[in-house]
Design a binder for this molecule. Structure first.
Ligand code: IPM
Ligand code: MG
Length: 349
């Protein structure tokens, strides 16, 4: 198979972890007889530095021509003082929107080898997926500043259409069908009108999936339940902002945010795959970042965008075996550098 990838290495540790991941992809391509071509594109802080804007149109166009996008991380303190529309994060949000990637799939599972890193005292291990709505809600609603009765004020608005709720809901129910058949929809329906529409719509959808166990949960309770008993969750479906917050919370339960991959999907097979962590400017350039989240994101890419399940399994198994053998970067209690960890994973493919 020919895989035509767009690479957005980005800022901070982005280039290091994407380079590691490319080594893994090359090995898989060689072993299974695929041909990977990569086009490197600028987005984020590095694009601001070189071209004066976080998301050049050429990057969007090339991504649209690719089969799939692999992204490292964007952002850093260097660009923190720029106005909102010029910040590196705009690149991420702009790409998600331009590529129509409304469904963000964020699996969080506790590897047996990392049990000791989980900050909770829990009996069970857990394996859940957060299905986060990615192109709507308060991230993309009307916003601005204005003069109010007490001087300057600022506002952001949360808005969801039935269509947007339904399509993300379907992704969650379909995902659950391939797993333990349980969906928990998380909202704030006791306060927010947009959450009430969310809940109504999810209930209607749940009736279409009688084989899937459905429940709703308020987001404050969900934040608590995640640390009380994460094993109760299979598939969580939620809005853009709640999903952002809860996925960071869930990631920490796995031992390190350096472990969690993500897939952003839309209607077609093209997706964008990235670790859920950021650009980690504090350790950038030191060669110690954990490449696992990006490597696992590449596995998700092979599975979701290219239907290459055996290849995806091979990567996921290799990560598991490397961890089982005690190979770890410093964020999860080990001492390996990024390159060494990558070598260990490669060794199991
Ligand atoms: C994420 C990140 C982004 C988000 C930021 C960098 C814009 O936190 O992917 O979770 O909020 O979606
Ligand atoms: Mg986030």
């Amino acid at each position: 198979m020919k895989l035509n990838l767009a690479l957005v290495k980005g800022d901070g540790i982005g280039p290091e972890i994407v380079d590691s991941t490319l080594r893994v992809l090359d090995k898989v391509a060689e072993k299974y007889g695929h041909q990977i071509t990569c086009t490197e594109l600028l987005a984020g802080g590095c694009a601001i530095d070189e071209l004066g804007e976080p998301l050049p149109q050429a990057t969007v166009d090339r991504c649209l021509e690719s089969d799939s996008v692999l992204l490292g991380a964007v952002g850093g303190p260097k660009w923190d003082t720029l106005p909102g529309h010029l910040r590196p994060e705009r690149a991420l949000l702009g790409l998600r929107k331009a590529l129509g990637l409304y469904a963000n799939i964020r699996p969080a599972k506790l590897y047996p080898a990392l049990r000791g890193r989980c900050p909770l005292r829990i009996e069970d291990t857990f394996d859940l997926v957060i299905v986060r709505e990615l192109t709507g809600g308060i991230y993309f609603g009307e916003r601005g500043r204005r003069e109010g009765p007490n001087g300057q004020e600022a506002y952001d608005t949360e808005c969801y259409s039935v269509m947007e709720i339904e399509r993300i809901g379907r992704v969650a129910f379909e995902t659950a069908r391939k797993r333990r058949k349980k969906v928990t929809s998380i909202d704030k329906a006791n306060v927010l009108e947009s959450s009430r529409l969310w809940r109504e719509t999810m209930h209607r959808l749940a009736a279409e999936y009688p084989d899937v166990e459905y429940s709703d949960m308020l987001v404050d309770n969900a934040a608590m339940q995640l640390v009380r008993n994460p094993a109760q969750f299979d598939v969580i479906v939620t809005s853009n902002m709640f999903g952002d917050i809860l996925s960071d919370e869930a990631s920490q339960l796995t031992g390190s945010i350096g472990m969690l991959p993500s897939a952003s999907l839309g209607e077609g097979s093209r997706g964008m795959y990235e670790p859920i962590h950021g650009s980690a400017p504090d350790i950038a350039g030191r060669g110690i970042a954990n490449p696992t989240a990006t490597i696992l994101s590449a596995a998700m890419m092979l599975r979701y965008s290219f239907g290459l399940a055996a290849e995806a399994d091979a990567i996921e198994d290799a990560v598991n075996k490397a961890l089982e053998a005690g190979y770890m970067t410093c964020d999860i209690g080990g001492q390996l550098t990024t390159d060494e960890m990558t070598d260990k994973i490669l060794g199991f493919i």
